[in-house]
Ligand binder design. Structure first.
Ligand SMILES: Nc1ncnc2c1ncn2[C@@H]1O[C@H](COP(=O)(O)OP(=O)(O)OP(=O)(O)O)[C@@H](O)[C@H]1O
Ligand SMILES: [Mg+2]
Length: 235
C-alpha cells in the first residue's frame, strides 16, 4: 500500500486460520493499521491480493466486505456521538446482516450483554468513559454478525483491571467460534491471547511465529527501541 512515495505496507503475506487469534505487533508507524484497512476495504491496495476463504475481495467496498463476515474496530474511536450506545450497536446489527428490526434488536441486546455495556445502553455514546467506548467499538463490530474480527488497539488506554475484563470478553468471543486479528502494544495482551504473532516494521513483515518464538527473535528485539522491546507496554 503506497501513499504517494511512501510504501506503508510492502511485500507482506500472511493468513488467518479459522478459530485463531493472530496477534499483530510492530513499532508505531509500522503499517499495522494500514494493512488491516486494506483487508477491510478502507484502502484499495496499490498492488497485491486479499482473499476471504477463496474469494478475491481486493478493492471491494467496506460495507460489502462487512456483509461477507469481516469487521474491524477503529483505533480512533468514532461512534455516532448523538446516538445512544444501544442505537450505535443496532446500526451494526442492521447494517451487517441486513436483518429486520426485531432480530436486530435481539442481537443488539445479546451483544451489549456480552461486552458488559448494559449500564450504559441508554446513554449517549459521546458521554460514556473511554473504556466503555472501546467496548462499544467491539460491540458494533460483533453486532454485524461478522465471524472474523479485526481489533485495532481496542485495549489502548485501559488500566490493568479493565484489560483483564477485556481479555475475558475476547476469550468468550473466540470460544463462540470467531477468528480474530488483534493489534496491540500491550505485551501481556499479545502474549496472553495470540495463537500466533506477526511482526511488522517499516511496512514489512519481519517475523512470524508462536508468541514465545517471536519475543525472543533478535530481529524483533532490534526493531523495538533500545533492543529491549521497550515500546511494548507491560501492564
Ligand atoms: N492515509 C494516509 N496517508 C498518508 N500516509 C499514511 C496514511 N495512513 C498511514 N500513513 C503512513 O503510513 C505509515 C504506517 O502507518 P500506520 O498507521 O499503518 O502504522 P501503525 O503500525 O498502525 O502505527 P501505530 O502503532 O502508531 O498505530 C506511517 O508512516 C503513516 O504516517
Ligand atoms: Mg495503528
Amino acid at each position: 500500500m503506497k501513499f504517494g512515495a511512501l510504501a506503508a505496507v510492502q511485500m507482506v503475506s500472511f493468513s488467518l486460520n479459522p478459530g485463531e487469534i493472530l496477534g499483530m505487533i510492530g513499532p508505531n508507524g509500522a503499517g499495522k493499521t494500514t494493512l488491516l484497512n486494506c483487508v477491510i476495504g478502507i484502502h484499495k491496495p496499490t498492488s497485491g491480493k486479499i482473499f476471504l476463504n477463496q474469494i478475491d475481495i481486493t478493492g471491494m467496498k467496506p460495507h460489502k466486505i462487512c456483509r461477507m463476515g469481516l469487521a474491524k474496530t477503529s483505533q480512533i474511536m468514532e461512534p455516532f456521538m448523538a446516538m445512544t450506545v444501544f442505537e450505535n450497536v443496532l446500526v451494526g446489527a442492521l447494517h451487517g446482516g441486513r436483518m429486520r428490526m426485531r432480530p436486530a434488536t435481539e442481537q443488539t441486546e445479546k451483544v451489549i450483554e456480552l461486552v458488559g455495556l448494559k449500564q450504559y445502553a441508554y446513554k449517549l455514546s459521546g458521554s460514556i468513559p473511554v473504556p466503555a467506548r472501546r467496548r462499544l467499538e467491539l460491540a458494533r463490530a460483533l453486532a454485524s454478525g461478522a465471524n472474523i474480527l479485526l481489533l485495532d488497539e481496542n485495549m489502548a488506554g485501559l488500566n490493568p483491571h479493565e484489560i483483564d475484563e477485556a481479555l475475558e470478553i475476547l476469550k468468550k468471543i473466540r470460544n463462540s467460534g470467531k477468528s480474530l486479528i488483534v493489534i496491540e502494544h500491550i505485551m501481556r495482551v499479545v502474549m496472553g491471547i495470540s495463537d500466533r504473532i506477526i511482526v511488522l516494521n517499516y511496512g514489512s513483515k519481519i517475523a512470524e511465529g508462536f508468541p514465545e518464538e517471536v519475543v525472543n527473535d533478535e530481529t524483533v528485539i532490534k526493531a523495538y527501541l533500545g533492543g529491549k522491546l521497550s515500546s511494548l507496554k507491560v501492564a
